[in-house]
Write a protein that binds this ligand. Sequence first.
Ligand code: AHM
Ligand code: MG
Length: 346
Amino acid sequence: MLDREYALDRDCTTLSRHVFQQLQSFSPDAQDLSAIMNRIALAGKLIARRLSRAGLMEGALGFTGEINVQGESVKKMDVYANEVFISAFKQSGLVCRLASEEMENPYYIPENCSIGRYTLLYDPIDGSSNVDININVGSIFAIRQQEGDDSDRSATDLLQNGRNQLAAGYILYGPSTMLVYSIGRGVHAFTLDPSLGEFILSTEDIRIPDHGPVYSVNEGNFWQWDESIRDYIRYVHRHEGYTARYSGALVGDIHRILFQGGVFLYPGTVKKPEGKLRLLYETSPLAFLIEQAGGRASSGTQDILDVVPEKLHARTPLIIGSREDVSLVESFIQERSRQKEEAVSH
Ligand code: AHM
Ligand code: MG
């Protein structure tokens, strides 16, 4: 193929076309998934647009003064982004229910429910502490098949492990806006071309290196962690070839690791043994994505994708990234728990 033709073809690989190519079909399921991805992309574009001008707009930055279901102060951008996802799916016939980190209970779109038997789970703005200082943030999403009866608004069907996610990914609002997704057939990255207003395929079939130099963790919590995590951090301090990177937004840190290898950790602390990150909206979607790229995600004692939440907003510790690096962290956890068992039996 001529270079020119190749470039043209590449420019035409939009997200919705890519989903059809992946599924090798125009079946109703493929059409649903493609349309859902398109709507997620629309939400991403709207959020990117607001973020890019936020410093010039009245009422875009700062806090609302409210506390959300997570016990965290709500930012105006959190509210905006949460509503953008809802608006993007209203009257779409695609998604019956949306569940978000920012909402206590799922939001139903009854007019969609007879046709769109899917649930969208999302973190509208991940890393919101970065918003007011114009550093990268992200959105995280997952799609699950909806089960059971809509009259059961408790949404207990969402309390399942992450292996049955149909799709997952994130949007990174950085120097350019990128959408990275998987429908269980590898991991693919798209870059928003602002002149077209389209996400265009930029990297296909991303494979995470088996090992990488980066360790990404908030070391300010060092004395709050279990001894095993401190053992791991001491290990990287004492060995050559490691470098620390931590941006305060999970999406950006994971994006770096996806392309360059390494490990991201958000362990439990004394005050919060489950850590900070939410299973359904953060750790499970990212675990799905990183496993699809050949990496691993662990809670320290089990694969994140096997964790069954007890409630919608359940949290899990997270160790995620390159296979060898995740296993190394786990080996320190196993060693300490072996020592504890030995001490008990003596
Ligand atoms: P958020 O979704 O409320 O913004 O919280 C999640 C974020 C992650 O993106 C990031 O890795 C972590 O919280 C940072 O937390 P900390 O400031 O405790 O290191
Ligand atoms: Mg978050």
